[in-house]
Design a binder for this molecule. Sequence first.
Ligand SMILES: Cc1cc2nc3c(=O)[nH]c(=O)nc-3n(C[C@H](O)[C@H](O)[C@H](O)COP(=O)(O)O)c2cc1C
Length: 356
Amino acid sequence: MPTLFDPLTLGALTLPNRIVMAPLTRARAGRSHIANALMAEHYAQRASAGLLIAEATMVAADGCAFTGEPGIYDDACVAGWRDVTGAVHAAGGRMQLQIWHPGRSAHSSLNGGVQPISSGERAIQGFINTPDGKQPYENPRRLRDDELPAIVDLFRQATRRALQAGFDGVQLHGAHGYLLDQFLRDGVNDRSGPGYERYGGSIENRARLLLECIDAAIAEAGADRVGLRLSPLAGSNDLQDSNPEALLAYIATQLGQRHIAYLELRHMDPALDAERRIAAVARQHFKGPLLRNGGFSARRQRRRHRLRTGLPRQPGPGRAAEPGGRAERTAAEDLLYGGCVGVHGLPSSRRSVCQP
Ligand SMILES: Cc1cc2nc3c(=O)[nH]c(=O)nc-3n(C[C@H](O)[C@H](O)[C@H](O)COP(=O)(O)O)c2cc1C
């Protein structure tokens, strides 16, 4: 029976343990969006995890939603990240980069006046932190179908640059209501009519941009170095879908045919019936490694799952990446410092943590 500390093959990577650090935006790259020595220290400190997934990183210079987030859109970004991956590898770790575009979650004041883009024209109901203080989200510009090859190319180039920067692969950010998710879900994707119909309407059409970006990443890195994060039930960034199970079933089937390294599901509360059902849909249609993250707290794990790790006290794969977080408490727990995406390969009785 595997434990947290048994190795795991995840695509091209052999992880020495099954602990995966979730992507966590730290906003430490400053205005240049170039990764720096502080970030190298941060990630190298966590290199004992089986895999680190670095924070959401801009594929486009005008695709910023958080002041100080890093980018991977030019040679200077590559050079900055190279120092980070070098430090992680020197410490014995493995690291993938989460590549993303925020779409309508961006703001013109963070992007030199450039209007945010999306599948549709509806703004997020809410406010965004900008250099000028909190401001309402803006109405995005609806991308035409003929503009989408350029978006795919951003993900292709980001993957190429991530490899040049020394990453062991990429995770595409298809979750949390950002650009790729804005095409997937019909809460905002209401495309139709001449010039807008190929990526809107049916599930197949709405998934087209995501799958084209996956294919572009595969062409650069190979399927076994490409992962995907989805959050089918998350309402983040004001986004919903009318039939998340059918949407996921289609995407998971397509991903399975492409043999990507893993699919990661971000849950809001994994104990909810709807979240359990969505995980079952993913498991049914995607036979590769399935990672699950979100809300697996220390208390819940102790009570419900009782992972057999040999630790006197088992912190869950939780929001433990914050310095000073609860996972720092004992030396035995240090391996879990940095949190987890999920725990893969445990027995089915612990299925709500992991789906082998
Ligand atoms: C400070 C912070 C930054 C985050 N940044 C990202 C990110 O860059 N990309 C992403 O996909 N998720 C991000 N998340 C979500 C986490 O990866 C994770 O899904 C979330 O914390 C739920 O897991 P947990 O309950 O184990 O903490 C962030 C979460 C926090 C708290």
